[in-house]
Design a protein around this ligand. Structure first.
Ligand code: TMP
Ligand code: ASP
Length: 240
């Protein structure tokens, strides 16, 4: 398998095609952006840390029967993934109120929802990833609309698996975003990344924020948070 030309470059990743047409290389960059690219920085080590975190999480999800696009790790900051037909919908799951749900609906940060809340967003930088409902998915053809209930079910299952995983690492999974697509074999799968860029993670003992909010709101060194997350995930894995 050979790396070929760039297919797409996003804010945090570059996707390369390979000599095998059904496989892609996902390269994690050392860049951080927030507020739709308005705030940017180069952060050494972020790419490899996020690649490791995504690989650990995707392996665990696969073991638990959740289909993902992950095939294997290739290098420090590169993963080999299945080429998927990607949907322009993001599914967010929230256990605790933070971020946009506080602004939109007036919840106090830290309010624990009686049950996990799922929300749909339109993946569009120009429009700032607006909140949408299932009717918009159908109208705008963002994904096969009949798959939306399945996507929400998978997202809730991922929430159970990851909430338990992070709890063992003394971390609260506050919220996270998933993207979906269809793999070459036709199955619905979780694609993209799962990293502290796309999750909110709070230290259960100290309340310290370990995710991208550190960068968004200048709460402290970003890599210190991300490295804590990676180290604790590794320790949890080693404990069994
Ligand atoms: P929000 O509070 O900004 O709506 O974000 C909720 C969670 O989902 C947070 O962990 C960040 C993540 N997220 C993304 O990674 N990308 C997105 O485009 C959106 C809307 C959310
Ligand atoms: N993901 C978006 C960006 O990178 C928004 C954010 O994370 O604040 O610009």
């Amino acid at each position: 398998m050979e790396k070929r030309e760039k297919l797409y470059e996003g804010k945090a990743k570059v996707i390369y095609i390979t000599s095998e047409e059904d496989k892609l290389i996902m390269h994690f960059k050392d860049s951080a952006t927030a507020f739709d690219g308005v705030k940017r920085a180069q952060i050494e080590g972020k790419g490899s840390t996020n690649a490791r975190i995504t690989a650990i999480i995707f392996k665990i999800l696969e073991r638990k029967g959740v289909r993902t696009h992950f095939i294997r790790e290739l290098s420090e900051n590169e993963l080999l993934v299945w080429r998927a037909e990607r949907f322009l919908v993001e599914v967010v799951v929230r256990n605790v109120a933070a971020g946009s749900v506080c602004k939109r609906l007036g919840f106090k940060e830290g309010y624990r929802f009686p049950k996990p809340l799922t929300e749909l967003f339109y993946k569009s930088d120009e429009l700032h990833d607006p909140l949408i409902c299932v009717e918009h998915v159908e109208l705008m053809n963002l994904a096969p609309v009949e798959l939306v209930p399945q996507m929400k079910d998978i997202a809730l299952r991922v929430n159970e698996i990851l909430s338990n995983l992070f709890k063992e690492a003394d971390i609260e999974l506050v919220d996270f975003k998933l993207e979906f697509g269809r793999l070459p074999d036709g199955s619905l799968a979780v694609v993209d990344e799962i990293t502290p860029d796309s999750m909110r993670l709070w230290d259960m003992k100290t309340g310290e924020k370990l995710d991208k909010d550190r960068f968004r709101f200048d709460l402290g060194n970003l890599m210190e948070g991300y490295e804590k997350v990676l180290k604790r995930l590794r320790d949890t894995e080693n404990r069994g």
